[in-house]
Write a protein that binds this ligand. Sequence first.
Ligand code: NAP
Length: 499
Amino acid sequence: MTNTTPQKVRFAIIGAGFSGVAVSIRLREEGISDFVVLERAEEVGGAWRDNTYPGAACDVESHLYSYSFAPKKDWSRVFAAQPEILDYIKSVVADFDLSQHIRLGQELLEARWDQESQRWLVRTTSEFYSAEILISGTGALSDPAIPSLTGLEDFTGETWHSSQWRHDIDLTGKRVAVIGTGASAIQFVPEIQPTVDNLRVFQRTPAWVLPRHDRPYSPLEKRVFSTVPVAQQLNRQRIYAEREALAFLEQRPRLIKPVQNMAKRHLESQVTDPTLREKLTPSYTLGCKRILISNDWYPALTQPNVDVVTDGIDRITPEGVLTTDGHLHEMDYIIFGTGFQATTPPVAHRIVGRAGHSLAQQWGGSMRAYRNTSVNGFPNMFIINGPNVGSGHTSMIYMIEAQVDYLIKALRAMQSHGADVLEVTEVEEQRFATWMQERGTGTVWTAGGCSSWYLDEHGRNTLIWPGHSFSFRALVSTFDAGHYDLTSTVRDGDLATVS
Ligand code: NAP
């Protein structure tokens, strides 16, 4: 039962992952401390708290996959594993003294714009807030997507999603089905393969896979990064530049052939069986789906206890998975590596705007936001890591930081205009949405011949920023107050100063 009198706060931030933490740090830098971060889990960390499946690691190098303002000099290896990344987020929260703002175990139930008070009324599972500004930082990977397969509820064994790993279950000697062959499955399959008796990997679409150039950093390298800050910065910039080179090719699919050939050679060097090779060879242009990196995925699939099943799934029976060829694969467990509700974030159903309808209703299955951040009809709301901010080629933290800069500029504009309510105009939002879709035309994400999780139910790319990350930063580097309605209302409290 939530309280009936709301607790007044200036900012309510949803989610204590990389976005929510970045926003909190910047607000504190601006001298603002009147904010709460509402986190449904009992710990900070977002996707890096939830995804504890065996082998979970980042496929962006850690010296880039970290905040620019909080470099970690002693990353243990080139691509850090999940526990080290989670430790990093927790250490940032501690270093910046953010715990006082974070409300753990408070799931957002509803955030509703109240026209009378010109504030957001925010209900969580245990509290009720009235906030001047609402910031959503829930990201694209917070809610698992489990396909609605006929008969799933009748399966007599256990099932779970990769982001909700059942560490209490011992897979030794068991028959395990894995559905999905994306970035998550490619990491946990090689980890569980040696343990299980039989592994059936149900693949709908093969992925392009490149070698993973991972290794531990030597003590000397760590010492150099710790004592010579410029060495670490140069390393970060090198990684950044290499990743932008890939983005250059992804925007010009006909130039991407050499990288695709590299992936083909990787497959051929690790898989000798021609039938398996054929199953694992994608028919679309590399980059259309997220490019995966692994040295142990293909070797795992060649093991005698593994079968790659490419027949479609007809239904689930009490005993296992029935494929369209009529074969029943009897299984003890089914693990879903089927990704997340990325283009239809459930949180959008819980945010209700000026006209009384939810963000999900307004979007109608196609997310959009002016400069990827603001939505008409949803005053004083900012979305961090929302529509078309995703990146398959570089660090999401870079994108998040750029967007948080935009948020700060918006707050400063409100201050300088003496406004306490800001809302993007419908015309500008529409103009931007059209530009956004045109910008993606001809890139590998829309013209690469695949159906990826970047595309929504209408076939539009509403998830990925179709370009270089520096062009995104340039886009959000200025705040154009002329594209917003800025209004001033009389409040019973003082506006905090945004300098
Ligand atoms: P994903 O990339 O969306 O992959 C989902 C997989 O499930 C795909 O192979 C998909 O096949 C399959 N699938 C979905 N619905 C299905 C159905 N009804 N029947 C059969 N197969 C189905 O999900 P993910 O692997 O969890 O990764 C999600 C994202 O998380 C990544 O793209 C990445 O951004 C992030 N991530 C990053 C890392 C990392 O940094 N290393 C690791 C894990 C995840 P189709 O291809 O045919 O749709």
